[in-house]
Design a protein around this ligand. Structure first.
Ligand SMILES: *[C@@H]1O[C@H](CO)[C@@H](O)[C@H](O)[C@H]1NC(C)=O
Ligand SMILES: *[C@@H]1O[C@H](CO)[C@@H](O)[C@H](O)[C@H]1NC(C)=O
Ligand SMILES: *[C@@H]1O[C@H](CO)[C@@H](O)[C@H](O)[C@H]1NC(C)=O
Length: 257
């Protein structure tokens, strides 16, 4: 609100794109002194730290750009936070590198209403480096399917999160599904009724189609330098906004409010 207020005051609002979002869903396990602090993911199952369930990955995306985008439109299409890069590059007139596979999309056609559907056909949902789930946005009928190859074992069982452990693991205490769990997310966003070959005639063909997409996706992967190495994760005062006297930059502005 404060940022929007300054943009309004300075007369910059019309030509500023705001994208309000979150990098993951509510972190259900977070508690302090017996109080639940981790948020609430509504109808969606799971939360932060689960690469597959909607509660961990389905986040709000709220845009404001008065000069370019119509106010109040709601777009119910699968997109990805990785779309930020090609979108901003497009807006700023940049050129995307061609020496790598870029599995992200410029959001502007969708946001401006020039495209009705997101260009994402498949989205691959990882927990760490492990592929846990895949979403298939079937173009011809608009159905969004999702398969889960791996799901965390909740603790306690049925609790909806890994309360006993504090965070779900991506590889230990998980369940491997073969055949995978399949959901029609368009109908069942809370992922409560896994489909089966008995009640979904398309089960085998959908699972196979997604399987082929996974093979294609894996062929495009190449090892990359570890970005979240211990060194890269260390807190570095010289990379922080400094609100004390350098190098004693630490302060908690939220305490002032
Ligand atoms: C922003 O755009 C609106 C609608 O076009 C216009 O009425 C308003 O004057 C503009 N504000 C500024 C500061 O340019
Ligand atoms: C996780 O749950 C699955 C299915 O109930 C079970 O087979 C597996 O042993 C569990 N993993 C652990 C580490 O308890
Ligand atoms: C998936 O669910 C949506 C919403 O209920 C429905 O319109 C669509 O037909 C379903 N897709 C399939 C292939 O059953």
């Amino acid at each position: 609100g404060k940022i929007l207020e300054v943009l309004d005051q300075e007369g910059l609002a019309n030509h500023t794109l705001i994208y309000f979002t979150s990098d993951h869903g509510g972190s259900l396990e977070v508690q302090a002194r017996g109080a639940q602090l981790g948020g609430w993911n509504g109808v969606y199952k799971g939360g932060k730290g689960m690469g597959g369930w909607e509660g961990g990955i389905r986040v709000p995306g709220i845009f404001r750009w008065p000069a370019a985008l119509e106010a109040g439109r709601v777009i119910d299409e699968p997109t990805s936070l990785m779309d930020i890069y090609p979108t901003l590059s497009f807006i700023a007139g940049g050129i995307l590198p061609v020496d790598r596979v870029i599995d992200r999309q410029n959001l502007m056609p969708l946001l401006e209403g020039r495209a009705r559907h997101s260009n994402h056909e498949f989205l691959f949902h990882y927990c760490g480096v492990y592929l846990h789930a895949v979403r298939w946005h079937q173009k011809d009928c608009g159905t969004v399917w999702k398969v889960h190859y791996v799901t965390p074992n909740f603790s306690l069982a049925g609790a909806g999160a890994c309360y006993a452990r504090g965070i779900c693991s991506c590889t230990r205490d998980v369940t491997y599904h073969d055949p995978p769990l399949l959901f029609n997310i368009s109908r069942d966003p809370s992922e409560s009724q896994p489909l089966s070959p008995d009640n979904e005639a398309l089960f085998d063909s959908v699972v196979q189609k997604i399987e082929e997409a996974v093979h294609g996706h894996r062929r495009t992967l190449a090892p990359a330098p570890q970005q979240l190495s211990v060194f890269n994760s260390l807190w570095k005062p010289w990379l922080q906004p400094c609100c004390g006297n350098f190098p004693l930059c630490g302060c908690d502005k939220e305490d002032d409010m």
